[in-house]
Ligand binder design. Sequence first.
Ligand SMILES: Nc1ncnc2c1ncn2[C@@H]1O[C@H](COP(=O)(O)OP(=O)(O)OP(=O)(O)O)[C@@H](O)[C@H]1O
Ligand SMILES: [Mg+2]
Length: 248
Amino acid sequence: MIRLTDVRKRLGGREVLSGVNLTVEKGETMAIIGYSGTGKSVTIKNITGLMSPDGGTIELFGRDVTHYSPRQYAEVRKRIGLLFQSGALLAWMTVFENVALPLREHTKMTEDQVRARVMEKLALVSLQDAGHKYPAEISGGMKKRAGLARAIVLEPDIVLYDEPTSGLDPVMSNAINELVLDMQKALGVTQVVVTHDMNSAYMIGNHIAMLYGGKIEQAGTPDDIRRSTNPIVRQFINGETAGPHAVR
Ligand SMILES: Nc1ncnc2c1ncn2[C@@H]1O[C@H](COP(=O)(O)OP(=O)(O)OP(=O)(O)O)[C@@H](O)[C@H]1O
Ligand SMILES: [Mg+2]
C-alpha cells in the first residue's frame, strides 16, 4: 500500500534521508519514531509528493508515483489525508470552513451534505462547538484536532499524521489515539503516525519504525521494539541521556 525503497533526500546541504526502506501494508498503522530533526516530517512530505526524493522510489496503492507530475499527484492525494505537524489551518477561515475545504474542492456534495460531514468529523475530535471560531481564537491543541478533522473529512484510504498528540493534554492525547485506532479498526484505513510519544506508538502501531541517521534503524512489532537490544533504539525508548546518540 505504501512502499519506500532506498529513498534519498538532500536538504540544506545535508543528506537528511539516505536510503529509507519502509513498507506499510494495507489496513495497518505504522508508527515512525525518532529524534527531533531526523527527517520524520521530510519522510511524510516525500510520501505525499510535497517534496520529491533525489533517489529511490515511492509506491502508493501499488503504483510507482515517484515521478508523477503535480497533476497526477493531485489525483492520488485525494485518497490521502494529511495532518501537518503545525495543523496548518487557514487563518482567514473558520474551523468549519477549514474542515469543509477539501469537500468543496474535491466533491460535488450539497451544502447540507457538507454540513453533515463536517459536523460528524468535528464531533469525532470534540470540536462540535468550535466550528464558528477562527484559528487565532482556539488553543494549539484545538488547532491540531481541527487539522485532524480536515485530514479525514474526505474519508481517505491512507491517513498520515505528523505528531497528532504533541501539545495535547493526556486525556485528549488518549482520545486521539483511540480515534486513530478506530480509523484502522472500523474503516480499515492505512496509516502512518509520526510521534515522539512511545505510549502512543505502542498503543496504535501494528508496527513501529525508528528513523535514525537517515535510515530506518529498526522496524518491528511493538513487542520487537520494546524488547530491542539495539542500543540506539533502547536509548530512544528509555529516554536515556547516555548512549550512542550524543545529547548536546
Ligand atoms: N525545506 C527544507 N530546507 C532545508 N532543510 C530542511 C527543509 N525541511 C527540513 N529540513 C531539514 O531536514 C532535517 C529533518 O527535518 P524534519 O522536519 O523532517 O525533522 P523531524 O524528524 O520531523 O523533527 P521534529 O521531531 O522536530 O518534527 C532538519 O535538519 C531540517 O532542518
Ligand atoms: Mg517533524
